[in-house]
Ligand binder design. Structure first.
Ligand code: SF4
Length: 413
């Protein structure tokens, strides 16, 4: 077989695999019905055996899971006794306003700022020279460019040669790519990274601690952990959640059947008195994760206590570029002031309840601004901006899976 035929046949196989995934995980009504039956059966057993007397709350950590749950209306398939709440898994939602303000300032001083589309629309807490977002900075003459990845930004920066900064927002998943480029000296001299990468397990510990101190109606009984992050960290990263909090954790894929299967696993573990990490997304996630990527990340980045927007400082929850690589570090290159626990202050707009939504303490419909003053075309808080933000997902797809309920809860009906 020549190279071209080989290529064609791999593309064909890949497409066939895609069709298989689609049929098996997304449109397999029979499997979905059986899983829903199983969830109902397990839920009945849990309540009959008085293991639970009130509602049972499961937290889906990640914004992509919230999208799957809401887009496919999974909540409407679950018994009323099971409550799926979203967690802090949206990196754009939790990036402190201060760092976006710094990016705006640099852009107005002529530094080319590269960013993704959702960060471009993110509102800051304070205006900077009249601009409250990178898009407003651009309208005021700031140098802001939208890109779909860092390589595109590097290519462009090499061509124009002006001082340039890439605003690197994300979770562990994006870190290996940045680390490789830095370690292999692939940044041009005029280019640096404002590394705002956050770590997910520490945020999960923090959230569970908060909810344990002050439980809202029911404690979290199980966690659906992010599949994409776990491809890097491995399922083992979630073991402390199961061990220290005594609740099951399932690393889940992102198709509707993945999520239903993960709920079944959590309920089964609770019924059997187990609290373990189970990797449901085994087609992509191993127990130890990507060891090469982990080594590279730790070579280039150090772990810091980091600020989360509206929430405050979470220990060991962020990455910064190590001193050895500081020529590539925008914080060093442009003397960007870092937030510290001493100078941190709440950075959400008045009335915005994003921090509570992010920590699973409130639903978007609990916010009096939801869909009245804050909506996807005119977002006020960060959770309404990103495609992974819970408010944006609920606004576009209907959070409970029933649009009428959402409208009623929001006082629109
Ligand atoms: Fe914040 Fe808007 Fe969500 Fe309210 S509806 S919590 S203002 S993002």
């Amino acid at each position: 077989m020549n190279r071209e035929n080989e290529y064609d046949s791999s593309i064909r196989e890949f497409r066939e695999f895609g069709v298989f995934i689609e049929k098996f995980f997304r449109t397999n009504v029979e499997a979905a019905s059986r899983l829903v039956e199983k969830i109902n059966d397990l839920s009945n057993k849990l309540f009959e055996s008085h293991i639970y007397t009130d509602r049972l709350k499961i937290m889906n950590f990640c914004g992509t899971h919230e999208w799957t749950v809401t887009h496919y209306g999974l909540r409407s398939l679950l018994p009323k006794t099971i409550d799926l709440v979203s967690g802090p898994g949206c990196p754009v939602c939790v990036t402190p306003s201060h760092y976006i303000e710094e990016a705006i300032k640099l852009s107005l001083e002529g530094v080319v700022i590269y960013t993704y589309g959702d960060t471009y629309r993110l509102n800051t807490f304070r205006p900077v020279k009249g601009a409250r977002s990178l898009s407003e900075a651009k309208a005021l003459g700031g140098s802001v460019k939208l890109v779909s990845n860092i390589l595109e930004a590097i290519r462009d920066a090499k061509i124009h040669g002006k001082p340039s900064v890439f605003v690197g927002i994300g979770f562990e998943t994006v870190a290996p790519g940045y680390a490789r480029l830095i370690d292999k000296n692939m940044f041009p001299n005029n280019f640096s990274l404002m590394c705002l990468v956050k770590l997910t397990p520490p945020a999960m510990f923090y959230t569970l601690d908060i909810l344990r101190e002050k439980p809202i109606d029911a404690p979290i009984a199980g966690v659906i952990a992010p599949g994409h992050v776990s491809t890097i960290t491995g399922g083992k990263a979630w073991a402390p959640v199961a061990e220290n909090y005594g609740i099951p954790v399932v690393v889940s894929g992102f198709e509707p059947l993945d999520v239903l299967l993960s709920i079944v696993e959590i309920l089964e573990q609770i019924l059997q008195g187990r609290a373990e990490v189970f990797v449901e997304y085994s087609r992509a996630v191993s127990w130890h994760g990507d060891l090469g990527a982990q080594r590279l990340i730790h070579k280039v980045f150090e772990t810091i206590d980091d600020a989360w927007r509206g929430i405050g400082f979470i220990p060991k929850s962020g990455f910064r570029i190590r001193e050895k690589y500081r020529l590539y570090d925008a914080f060093y290159q442009y003397s960007i002031r870092e937030i510290t626990p001493e100078n941190w202050s709440r950075d959400l707009p008045p009335g915005c309840r994003c921090a509570e939504v992010t920590l699973g303490k409130a639903k978007p419909t609990d916010c009096s601004l939801f869909m009245k003053f804050c909506n996807p075309s005119k977002p006020i808080g960060p959770c309404m901006v990103s495609i992974e933000g819970t408010c944006s997902i609920w606004a576009k797809h209907g959070g409970g899976g029933l649009a009428e309920d959402i409208a009623r809860e929001a006082g629109l009906k």
